[in-house]
Design a protein around this ligand. Structure first.
Ligand code: ZN
Ligand code: ZN
Ligand code: FE
Length: 754
């Protein structure tokens, strides 16, 4: 061992967090050289390891500087600093990644193209107009990675041999592309090809001109992006959008719209606090905004919101330069199937929709849909967590190592536990769809490999018929069952670092209960290991089971039947006249004989019922359409409510008395809707007051799909805060079933400890 000179300091710095694929090593390299320090920096599966040697005072300065100008996308979660043996380094170097098995580091999510790269496309001779430009601060990451550590040879960029210029930049520390793994240029990188009908155009400029012209003409174009295909068309052309709807057989669900820039968004939507920032963030999610003026009517189909996002690939910018119209950019798939990622598959699946295909030859290793977020009470809330967010881990204070959480059924996402982090998968989708279940299996395998994950324990939903439950049980490992709403509440607790007894409110569509009924309007006293169901909405029936979810009028009839019996036939309510007599009689029979009419305490289905009762939505064509229309119709300035109060189980007769009376008096639906929402808030507040007094708990956790309803969440949150409760809701993880896996995981971790 070398003798350490007295004035020299030798330290090892170990950084964990989002430190790979974000330009961290070059940053450290430049800084060390600036201070003339010697040593090394290297990527690890677990983080970044730095050794520095130099004068004590200089090393101190270096450490101070290190945190000051971190690369924009990086995030440090933990720093370990220790004295180290003297090596006598001659210079400062970036050394080869070390692959320690069993340990992981963060894989960066995909990053929108940065401003500097957009400028470089105008001045770098080898990158003039180059559409796959990227740098250490931007470009594809998760979507191209096949294994770790994150180096080019373990990404789908491996097949592109770097040209001399790119190689020089890649190895030049003062270059913006120093060690940018997906580095590429016009000479050596991936390319687009355009296939309109029988020709193939490989010239990029020519392609952009043609594609813009097609969009202008009202045509639909399929475009390969970062994490999958989009179907694009002019969002101002009703003809184009309705054609897309017809061909995609996605009757009414709103389409996402990409706008050329923030100014054009402001023309069509209101921007409130935080929304501009979220839209412009490098994650570039779709953000649900209040509409100001209308796009083509078929885009949002009667809803007063629009899912807006900004360009995040050079190709998007190039199209907007020639055709500065808002564009529908919806996922390139058929109804419930996963979004297409390969050229062949897209061609096969989407040929019925368009004959214009923009392909590129950078393979997508991991499918990632566009993420969806919304701002409620000034906080961003993620609704669909995929591109830009996945696979960022959720840190907890629990030992999650080796736990696989299978997730739920709809809007599925699974999770794996590494150390104290939960890594949630990208949005998978509805597992009832066969192709989606294949995507699930593939992704599980990919995550196992990518994060060197070795499952030891499996957590899954209580529902025996969920595909994810059966998948979990097919793994030859010990299983832990977690009740759906306990998982919802636990997910929110984990996200907010709570590990104690709380009052959990789960307002949800459906979830299998411990009594075999379908739950969803639940008041729990819960901690991470277990829960007690303190109260719930009084059970009512879902005539026809799943059919009732598609036909909310059935639920309305069931609730009327529950509270008024056969008298409902004498009621003069408009929606009843719209239901065919024969169908109505069948439903009444089912209710009377209790055949195929399972019991539920669902809060979500109450929104369905009221939506039908007020004539807004008798049958729905996509998930949550009825509640969305009900929220949409509301006049938020109305503060009144129907009589409620405390009861056990929670009796809703007075609520329905009030709605019926309003209907007889022809009170506008905007007011009925507001009164209904306010009543639910009031009911919840009454419950909380009662529970807080009886259990002496003042932390309130809100979870479940219903809290995607902005009015419900913000009003309840505010009322609870005004009553001096501590309130916790979801921000980084979906409040819908996309967040369930996190809850399953922490519950399993806690039970494993016991
Ligand atoms: Zn860049
Ligand atoms: Zn090149
Ligand atoms: Fe749920």
């Amino acid at each position: 061992m070398l003798q350490k000179p007295a004035h020299i300091d030798c330290i090892r710095i170990f950084l964990q967090g989002l430190v790979q694929g974000v330009g961290f090593r070059p940053y450290v390299y430049r800084l060390a050289n600036q201070f003339n320090l010697k040593g090394t920096v290297c990527n690890h599966n677990q983080g970044v390891e730095i050794f520095v040697e130099g004068e004590k005072s200089i090393v101190d300065l270096f450490l101070k500087e290190l945190y000051k100008n971190l690369p924009p996308r990086s995030r440090i979660d933990q720093t370990d600093l220790e004295e180290w043996n003297f090596t006598g380094f001659k210079d400062f170097r970036i050394v080869k990644s070390i692959n320690y098995l069993k340990e992981i580091t963060n894989v960066s999510p995909d990053i929108a193209v940065c401003e500097e790269c957009l400028k470089d496309r105008e001045k770098q001779p080898h990158r003039i107009s180059y559409p796959f430009i990227n740098c250490t601060n931007c470009g594809p990451r998760f979507s191209i990675i096949q294994d770790i550590p994150y180096d080019r040879e373990r990404t789908t960029m491996k097949v592109f041999q770097m040209c001399d210029t790119c190689t020089r930049e890649f190895s030049n520390v003062s270059d913006r592309r120093y060690h940018a793994q997906p580095i590429a240029c016009n000479l050596c990188g991936p390319r687009y090809t355009f296939q309109p009908e029988n020709e193939t155009i490989s010239d990029y400029e020519e392609m952009v001109v043609k594609v813009s012209a097609l969009l202008k003409n009202g045509d639909i174009v399929a475009v390969k992006g970062i994490g999958g295909f989009h179907l694009a068309c002019d969002a101002l052309s009703e003809k184009a959008v309705s054609l897309l709807r017809e061909k995609k057989r996605r009757e009414e669900k709103p389409f996402a719209v990409m706008f050329p820039d923030i100014e054009s968004i402001e023309k069509y939507a209101f921007l409130r606090l935080g929304e501009k920032e979220l839209l412009e963030s490098w994650k570039r999610p779709i953000v649900i905004l209040k509409q100001r003026s209308s796009l083509a009517p078929s885009v949002s189909n009667g809803l007063n919101t629009v899912g807006a996002f900004l360009p995040y690939m050079p190709f998007h910018y190039d199209i907007f330069k020639r055709f500065p119209h808002p564009l529908v950019m919806t996922s390139g798939n058929l109804s419930d199937e996963p979004i297409c990622i390969s050229n062949e598959h897209a061609y096969e699946k989407l040929s019925g929709i368009t004959s214009f295909f923009v392909f590129h030859n950078r393979e997508i290793a991991n499918r990632v849909d566009d993420s969806v977020a919304v701002i409620i009470n000034e906080k961003p809330r993620i609704i669909r967590r995929s591109r830009g967010y996945c696979p960022e881990p959720v840190k907890t204070n629990l030992n999650l190592e080796g736990i696989f959480a299978a997730g739920a059924e709809l809007v599925n996402s699974f999770a794996i536990g590494k150390d104290s982090s939960a890594i949630l998968s990208q949005y998978i989708g509805d597992l009832k769809n066969y192709d989606t279940s294949l995507f699930y299996k593939e992704s599980v395998q990919r995550f196992n490999k990518l994060f060197k994950f070795n499952p030891k324990l499996v957590a899954h939903d209580l529902h025996p018929d969920y595909w994810s439950t059966r998948f979990a049980q097919s793994i030859d490992l010990p299983c832990i069952e977690v009740q759906h709403h306990h998982a919802h509440v636990a997910a929110c607790m984990a996200e907010n670092h709570l590990d104690e007894k709380v009052i959990g409110i789960a307002f949800d569509g459906t979830g299998y209960g411990t009594d075999g009924n379908s739950w969803g309007g639940e008041f729990l006293v819960a901690d991470l290991s277990g829960f007690e169901r303190i109260n719930h909405f009084d059970y009512y029936r879902l005539p026809g089971g799943d059919q009732a979810v598609k036909e909310p009028w059935r639920i309305a009839v069931a609730l009327l039947y529950k509270y008024y019996g056969a008298d409902l036939l004498k009621m003069d309510i408009p929606f009843l006249k719209e239901v065919p007599k024969s169908k109505l009689n069948l439903v009444l029979q089912a209710l009377e004989k209790r055949i195929n009419a399972p019991l539920t305490s669902s809060a979500g289905r109450l929104f369905d019922a009221v939506s039908a009762l007020t004539g807004l939505c008798l049958s729905s064509s996509f998930q949550a359409q009825a509640p969305m229309l009900l929220e949409n119709a509301m006049d938020p300035s109305v503060d009144e409510k129907y009589p409620a109060g405390f009861s056990k189980p929670i009796n809703l007769k007075k609520l329905f008395d009030g709605i019926l009376e309003d209907l007889y008096n022809q009170v506008p639906v905007s007011i009925i809707s507001a009164r209904f929402h306010n009543t639910l808030v009031d009911l919840a507040l009454c419950q909380v007051n009662w529970m807080a007094k009886n259990f002496n708990i003042h932390k309130i956790v809100l979870s479940g799909g219903c809290f995607q309803n902005a009015y419900l969440l913000s009003k309840l949150e505010n009322k609870l805060l005004q009553s001096n409760y501590q309130v916790y809701s979801h921000t980084a993880i979906p409040t819908n079933d996309g967040g369930i896996a996190l809850g399953q995981m922490v519950v399993a971790a806690k039970r494993r400890e016991m």
